[in-house]
Design a protein around this ligand. Sequence first.
Ligand code: PMP
Length: 361
Amino acid sequence: MKRPFNFAPGPAMLPEPVLTRIQSELLDYQGLGFSILEAGHRGPQVAEIMRSLKARIRSLLKVPDNYDILFCQGGGRMQFSMVPMNLLGAGTLSTYIITGAWSKAAAKEALRFGRVQTAYSGSGTRAPANEELEVLPESSYCAYCDNETIHGVEFPATPMLTDAPDVPLVADMSSNFMTRPVDVSRFGLIWAAAQKNFGIAGLSIVILRRDLLGLATAEVPTLLNYGVYSRTESVPNTPPVFQLYVANLMAEWIENEGGLEKLNARALVRASQLYTVIAELPDTYVSHVAEGSRSRVNVVFRLRDEALTSVFVKEAAAAGFINLAGHRSVGGIRASMYNAMPIEGAVKLADFMRDFAVRHP
Ligand code: PMP
């Protein structure tokens, strides 16, 4: 069966070796005679999956010993609440860097728990330079979105809070987690929903500096308290076993592919295919994202003739490139190319774009 190239923003493509492994193990997990879907969460198989997943994340991202790795449910948006609930502590002020829809939504949720200062507010076209960031030292943390999935804006490097270097930096890496090496020691907390680069929906990975555990006040619900996840080894109740299993297979696949440097190189090659065509054909395509902030994983662009947008999406799907419509809030085109997207997918989509431009002058 020839599978189409799936450019969905997440849930997204999984590597074929991961899918076939799931298939081959589904009825009989490693000789047990039953499926991992049926395994008890306190049994040795699930414990081993969680141990292995944590060790692989620690090794791939070089997570220092003073950081904990936690597994939560509730998707990305639950972290919009968990971050302020846990990190504000006795403080009342948090800071957000707004570069697009997801950081904006995170800042809005934080308003439920305290005051929010905006360190930078952009229109979804670029990441700010460090000098543009205004952060007060009394802020409990400063949160940003490392890659804005809807606007296609990615920070080229970890921001530096020069005015307030002791304020913990919090990153939403949902759409670029495990796509490039990261210096974890620069962060107070990194979190990511799994369903783009690291598996399937229903799991979020949280990496946090241990001194930030235990700040939650007594009113914070048990299952929204990072401290509880830390104390229980991320088994405060029945964990999302299948999601953890798939993430562990993804981590193993990433190791087999050569690790994060390799995946970053591949992401850069994929993205450059499309940005090159956009630059080549300015009469047909336009990107509103500033050079230097263009996402390696969500290439967002528009057709000069907006009426051609739906034609593009339809013709692309017929040619085997599916899910290219931009987010409903912004329209246009978005090609999401996460870890599982082969370079061939980007090369062939670039060819299609050249051909489309010729056919629709
Ligand atoms: N943050 C980012 C950067 C995202 O891309 C998304 C989902 N697309 C979310 C948060 C929200 O994730 P979820 O749908 O799992 O709540």
